[in-house]
Structure formats: C-alpha cells, structure tokens
Design a protein around this ligand. Structure first.
Ligand code: PNS
Length: 163
C-alpha cells in the first residue's frame, strides 16, 4: 500500500486543468509530490523557478502537496524518492496513446504504476501550449489559468512586445 504519489509535468505554465487533476489526486493520497521537469531539450516560456512559484501559488490551498523539481528519467526520480505511483490526467482519446506508452515504459523500467485521472470536461480542451498561444496574441486566458499565471503571461508577453 502506498500513501504517496507523484504528479509529474512540465507545467509551462500550470493551468486550471492541471490544478483540477492535482486537487483530485491529492484527495486520495496522504502526500502528493508535484514534480516539475527541467527539460534540457526544450526552451520553456517560464524558467523552472517561476514554474515552481506558480505551481506553489496555485496549490497553496492544499495541505498535502509538495512541489519538487526533477531532471532525467521520471523512474529515477521515483526510485530515489521511493514513490511507486505516478498520476497523470487524461483529457481525451488523443492523450491516450502517448500516455499509455509512457505508463508501460515506466512500468517496464521500474515497476512504477500510473493512475489516470479523467480530466473534467470543463478543462478537456486546455493545454499549456494553447494557453500560451492565446496569451501571446493578447487573448483573455483568465478563465483557463490561476490568477498569478494570468498576470505572469500578460507581463511576459507585454515585455516581449515592447522589445
Ligand atoms: O506536462 P508534460 O510535458 O505532458 O509532462 C511529460 C512528462 C514530464 C511526464 C514526461 O515527459 C516525463 O516523464 N519526462 C521525464 C523523462 C522521462 O522519464 N522520459 C521517459 C518517459 S517513459
């Protein structure tokens, strides 16, 4: 039996869809580690520290959440921290193929189990990528992200427009 799980992601930036999955997963574990990936290959909009700050502010109403960072393989992070369960949100059938592959690979590599949370239909169209695109061109993303993320996106893209 396990009382801890990890909810990994890039969170560039965290959206209301992520928060929904985190809240619902947190209700089923004593501790939920939200692990924010430092992707070496990708150039994120927000640096790792900022992504972590935004995650903290979006989840500070939850008492059993810890925000950590990781790089490299998720299964190594799981092994190092003695965590055997990964939680991921599933928005639609289109997520299923890649999520299934990752779940099977993580199980094959280290016996790590993946539990899926079906994303609320309210958020099923949401992704960090789409939110960034809408914000980049001045659209209102306030219904889709926590307030601090909305402010950060506005500031980030306003700064980009003024150069
Ligand atoms: O928020 P994302 O970008 O959908 O999250 C993807 C994430 C971070 C869960 C996935 O890319 C990951 O686990 N990366 C770490 C590297 C790794 O373990 N890759 C093999 C996965 S089978």
């Amino acid at each position: 039996m396990s009382s801890v799980a990890v909810c990994p992601g890039t969170f560039d930036p965290v959206t209301n869809g992520h928060v929904d999955v985190i809240e619902r997963a947190a209700a089923h574990f004593e501790r939920l580690i939200v692990a924010c990936l430092r992707n070496v290959g990708k150039q994120p909009l927000f640096q790792l520290d900022r992504r972590v700050e935004l995650l903290r502010s979006a989840t500070d109403h939850l008492g059993n959440i810890e925000i950590w960072t990781f790089e490299g393989l998720l299964v190594d992070f799981c092994r190092q921290n003695d965590v055997g369960i990964v939680v991921r949100g599933l928005r639609a059938v289109s997520d299923f193929e890649s999520e299934l592959e990752m779940a099977q690979m993580n199980h094959r590599l280290a016996g790590v189990e993946t539990f899926f949370v079906a994303t609320s239909p309210l958020h099923s169209f949401l992704s960090s990528t789409l939110v960034k695109e809408v914000a980049r061109f001045g659209g209102d993303v306030s219904p889709f992200v926590p307030p601090a993320v909305c402010d950060s996106l506005r500031a980030q893209f306003a700064a980009n427009r003024s150069v």
